[in-house]
Design a protein. Structure first.
Ligand code: DAH
Length: 346
């Protein structure tokens, strides 16, 4: 009996390290402790053992059982650990560098936006923002844009359905929501929140019903500027814009203001610039923004006294500046996300 038990235990110890799955384990275990298993058989042999030998043999059987169960436990622990490891996947070392060392870059439009915003920040402007969904009041009325102005036409702007509710933009019942057509809306929202002096730039996305072509996109970006204080004059506007143009396009660039019209400025101008170092575009006057002195009607709409305060405002398309700076001749390249294009600006 003793020999038989020893042989069973030795067999278990030999087989157990090779077991690779629970199924394999269960079928092997059955050959030992199942109803027809070798250990079960040995235990059945107890009946034939002489009475005086029973205590000693019983002890041997118990020892063998304990040893065999310990082996089985070890296998189960090993199988379980392997299952968990398989679920977790390969070990991760979070201190290793990322696999792609080719880091991303800002989009070319964002690069130009940052350059422009930082330039204005250095001369005391802060950055203001407002929503892209707007009401007719903020987009038009408060900016003195009359109701028969073409910009307000259904064909020129993206109006939103009447039933739409926009929780963070409130409107009057008889107004419509629309996607802002320019960043001039931020002038109004800022002046309603903040007493003069106000000195902000507002970069942001704008939307117009344009048929896309090389120079038009239904979605584009602008930067708005606004400076309101006592004694702000046209000279301040001219000096600030000169500084802007010379910083962005180089010290040889020249500027000029051409009389124009915007409902929210009086007088109003288009600003052109001219540079000898612009490749194909050198030595031509290029129009880059609208500007002027804030119209007293706009001050009245936001409750600022036009007899005490004056201000200037300007607004320009970021794509327009980017195209000149980056030598891009079709605005649509900016929105196609073709890496061959984008990589040139990384
Ligand atoms: N909002 C005008 C546009 O989208 C641009 C503009 C012109 C902005 C004159 C201004 C300004 O602040 O003074 O065409």
């Amino acid at each position: 009996m003793q020999e038989e038990l020893k042989a069973i235990l030795a067999g278990v110890r030999e087989t157990v390290p090779n077991i690779q799955s629970r199924a394999e384990f269960e079928s092997f275990k059955a050959t030992i402790s199942g109803p027809k298993g070798t250990l079960t058989n040995a235990m059945k042999g107890m009946g034939k053992v002489p009475k005086e030998d029973k205590p000693a043999i019983g002890k041997l059987i118990n020892e063998a059982k304990t040893a065999i169960n310990a082996e089985f436990e070890t296998v189960l622990e090993r199988l379980e650990a392997a299952e968990i490891a398989a679920k977790l996947g390969p070990a991760i070392d979070p201190t290793l560098p990322g696999p792609d060392l080719n880091r991303g870059a800002l989009h070319p439009i964002a690069q130009v936006r940052e350059e422009m915003v930082n330039l204005f920040r250095r001369i005391g402007f802060s950055v203001a923002e407002a929503t892209e969904v707007e009401t007719e009041h903020y987009c038009f009325d408060a900016l003195n844009i009359p109701s028969d102005h073409p910009a307000r036409d259904m064909q020129d702007s993206y109006y939103l359905p009447d039933a739409l509710e926009v929780s963070n933009v409130s409107k009057h019942a008889d107004e419509k929501y629309l996607l802002r057509t320019h960043t001039s809306t931020v002038q109004i929202r800022t002046m309603l929140q903040q007493q003069p002096p106000v000195r902000i730039v507002a970069p942001g996305r704008c939307f117009r019903r344009d048929t896309p072509d090389a120079t038009h996109s239904a979605n584009f970006h602008q930067i708005e500027g606004l400076y309101v204080d006592k004694h702000v004059t046209l000279l301040d506007l001219k000096a600030t814009l000169d500084h802007f143009v010379k910083t962005i396009f180089g010290p040889k660039a020249k500027t000029r203001l051409r009389p124009s019209f915007f409902p929210f400025t009086e007088p109003s101008f288009e600003m052109d610039f001219y540079s000898p170092d612009l490749g194909k575009l050198s030595n031509k006057w290029l129009e880059i923004m609208g500007c002027g002195m804030v119209d007293p009607e706009v001050f009245k709409a936001v409750g600022i006294d036009p007899d005490s305060y004056t201000g200037y405002a300007f607004g320009m398309g970021i794509e327009r500046i980017a195209m000149i700076l980056q030598g891009v001749d079709d605005i649509r390249y900016y929105y196609q996300n073709d890496v061959r294009f984008l990589k040139q600006f990384a």
